[in-house]
Design a protein around this ligand. Structure first.
Ligand code: MG
Length: 341
């Protein structure tokens, strides 16, 4: 089994601004796993928030030698070895997890959602994400997102209310809010959420810093909308302490390390009565299509990272009327649309 990597640069359609960062390009790493004249593809879109970059992902991937494995179907065993190679590096690990599952699907000539006996009709609609911007640009982005029935709005900055007011002047469609840890105190978060509740917000994601679970539990007792964890949850080990603090979790392949871990996380969170949002980073259609394979297991999807870039080298899951459409192609359901990639 041989792994080769290709770092690529993604250009963003609009500068993408969160409460903590602002970017025009993002770098990611494409992984190709070759075995028995068949190749599986995966992507690492490393989230800087968790200390990863395209360089650290490439270093980790270059350090992995799968030459000792001769059967990608032994995916659990292989992933265990990859996981034990070094701590962290979750996006890089996710890329290998995706490539293994893509290979398996291609060998079986079946899409992953079918191998896992999921019903693609249950794939949820996806939010379209509106990054932080001046109100007039926010309004333009809302008009561009006309096709999407639900919007996710990035907040956590001093202009929060102007941004939401600009959106509400354009549309009355459901919105959710992601503060990305941007509100500095529980009192500020409470004030903002009560104001947002009057403007039709379905849920609020990560109102406070990831480690402020006490503040978040305090907040949860005082608001009516569900609170979702994102930065507070990376993988399974973070889950137990979120009981009574959050109503749902945002699972991302790049945070948890891939499809296998994401499925385990969904199962465990369901047992705790939590809602599931399946999210993403800024990614190509490769990473998005991988996540989409398990989207029938989620309540909500926020799988629009590929729609925010202008040079997507892949073609995969499509969106119609906001709904994710899983195709019949084997593996992750992705084809390469840029020659030489
Ligand atoms: Mg988030």
């Amino acid at each position: 089994m041989r792994v080769t990597i290709r770092p690529i640069e993604l250009s963003l359609r609009h500068r993408f601004t969160l409460s903590r960062s602002s970017d025009e390009v993002r770098r990611c790493v494409i992984v190709e796993l070759e075995h028995d004249q068949l190749s599986g593809l995966g992507e690492a879109a490393p989230p800087g928030r968790y200390g990863e970059s395209a360089d650290t992902a490439a270093d980790f991937l270059n350090s992995i030698d799968l030459g000792g494995f001769d059967d990608p179907f032994r995916v659990d065993e292989i992933l265990q070895a990859i996981s034990a190679a070094a701590p962290g590096n979750m996006a890089a690990k996710a890329a290998l997890d995706m490539a293994l599952h893509d290979w398996i699907g291609k060998r079986m000539q079946l899409p992953l959602w079918k191998i896992w006996r999921l019903d693609r009709e249950k794939a949820p609609r996806t939010f379209f994400t509106i990054g932080i911007d001046a109100p007039e640009i926010v309004a333009r982005k809302v008009r561009e997102a006309d096709e999407f029935p639900m919007l996710k709005v990035k907040l956590g900055v001093p202009s929060d209310r102007e941004i939401v007011a600009a959106i509400r002047e354009e549309t009355s469609k459901p919105i959710t809010v992601d503060a990305n840890e941007g509100w500095s105190s529980k009192e500020e978060a409470l004030d903002q959420i009560l104001w947002l509740e009057e403007r039709g917000v379905e849920f609020v994601e990560q109102p406070l810093r990831s480690n402020d679970l006490e503040g978040t539990a305090w907040l949860r007792e005082r608001v009516h909308v569900p609170l979702f964890a994102d930065e507070s949850i990376k993988g399974l080990t973070d889950l137990p302490r979120l009981q009574g603090v959050f109503d749902g979790i945002n699972i991302k392949l790049m945070k948890c390390g891939g499809l296998k871990e994401a499925r385990d996380l969904i199962r465990a969170a369901r047992e705790m009565g939590m809602k599931i949002l399946l999210g993403c980073m800024i990614e190509t259609s490769l990473g998005i299509s991988a996540a989409a394979q398990i989207s029938p297991l989620a309540d909500y999807a926020d799988l629009d990272g590929n729609l925010l870039i202008s040079n997507d080298p892949f073609s995969g899951v499509k969106v119609s009327g906001g709904k994710l459409l899983l195709n019949d192609l084997p593996g992750l359901g992705v084809t390469v649309s840029t020659p030489n990639l």
